[in-house]
Design a protein around this ligand. Structure first.
Ligand code: G3I
Length: 347
């Protein structure tokens, strides 16, 4: 392996500490034998990257497209992998199918939007049942600068209560699943209001006895390299766990923006960011699941969304596009070996 002998596969290093490790996958990985082998070698859990989103499941108003999700669920079941569900409710209108814009606002629209949301949760949770052990019930509900709940399909038609309604319905429809609020709170101190908004939400949900088990930390780090604030991040996680929430890293990757011409320096920068973030975040025994948003650069979402200034492909995952391990792989391994042991993930 390119970065020295690996101390062991990531899923095994994680398991020794009671952490479930894995990666997001899609049809891209399933249709490539070397990618499948990589996923199986390193992962004890998987998350469908896009298969369980509204735009995939609900291409038309009355038809349901479970094929992509079923192929991933079959892969997980065949290989004894835990499966996370992503995502039951994602508010921004651009994440809803095109036909959703026809749902009106106002009293009638509120009834229709709530019925649409609850029927969706019921149907998708019933379809997968206990094959999905942990659900991202609501994703990215905040406007990160203000810390206010963001506008969007459900917020605009149902109101802020769409969040607790979603969790109530998810508990009813998936009684054995871990229920997660998932968001991209940052290690950086550039977004203090985002952290405050999430803390207020988690506190309110607890006070109202809303069924929710954990906070999903997406972990897309490195965009604001240089503004990392360890104390701020540690303090945020301390407040979340003090409310009795478990933690997950749900979508880990590291932006590769360093203005270094050589790959060695860029990879070293990414590895250092990974280790710094993980040393803090994995220090919480409440963190029992750790999912990378893809194990290889080959299917990184950054290929489409965030090209580097120099036009080079970002190198954001533990393995490169040729499925060779990178220094980030060693950094993740080192962070897992340094992490305190915890009761094994019970999902
Ligand atoms: O499947 C269609 C295809 O039929 C069509 O031809 C093509 C061109 O329009 O689009 C394809 O769908 C794309 C889909 O990925 C599958 O590749 C969507 O346009 C594209 O928007 C979608 O991007 C995904 C994005 O979420 C939006 O759902 C990214 O792959 C995925 O990595 C990204 O992941 C999100 C998490 O869900 C939430 N947290 C942030 C994270 C990164 O944005």
């Amino acid at each position: 392996m390119g970065c020295g002998q690996p101390p062991g596969h990531l899923k095994d290093l994680a398991k020794r500490k009671g952490i479930l490790f894995g990666g997001a996958i899609g049809p891209e990985e399933l249709s490539d034998s070397t990618a499948r082998d990589l996923v199986l070698r390193e992962s004890a859990a998987i998350t469908p990257r896009n298969a369980l989103k509204w735009r995939t499941l609900r291409r038309s108003r009355h038809d349901w497209s479970f094929a992509e999700g079923d192929a991933i669920a079959q892969f997980a079941q065949t290989n004894d992998l835990k499966m996370r569900g992503h995502v039951l409710v994602w508010n921004p209108i651009e994440n809803m199918p095109d036909w959703a814009v026809d749902v009106p606002h106002g009293a009638a629209g509120r009834v229709e939007a709530q019925s649409l949301m609850e029927t969706h949760i019921e149907r998708v949770c019933a379809h997968y049942g206990d094959r999905i052990a942990s659900w991202d019930v609501v994703n990215e509900a905040f406007e990160p600068y203000s810390g206010d709940l963001a506008p969007g399909f459900f917020k605009d038609r149902i109101g802020p209560e769409y969040i607790e309604l979603a969790f109530h319905k998810a508990r009813e429809a998936a009684p054995h699943a871990q229920l997660v609020y998932n968001d991209y709170m940052r290690w950086s101190d550039k977004y203090p209001n985002h952290h405050k908004g999430v803390l207020k939400l988690l506190e309110t949900l607890r006070k109202k006895n809303i069924p929710i088990d954990a906070l999903g930390i997406q972990g897309h780090i490195g965009k604001y390299s240089g503004t990392e604030n360890d104390a701020h991040w540690y303090g945020f996680l301390k407040e979340v766990t003090a409310m009795g929430y478990d933690l997950l890293i749900t979508e880990f990757d590291v932006r590769d923006f360093a203005r270094a011409p050589d790959i060695g320096s860029r990879d070293a920068n990414v590895a250092a960011l990974a280790k710094g973030f993980l040393d803090i975040t994995l220090s919480f025994p409440e963190l029992k699941q750790f999912i990378c948003w893809g194990l290889s650069d080959r299917w990184s979402w950054f290929r489409q969304s965030e090209p580097r200034e120099d036009g080079e492909l970002q190198r954001t995952a533990p393995y490169d596009i040729d499925l060779k391990p990178k220094p980030m792989y060693a950094a993740i391994a080192a962070a897992l070996m340094a992490a305190p042991s915890r009761d094994p993930a019970t999902i």
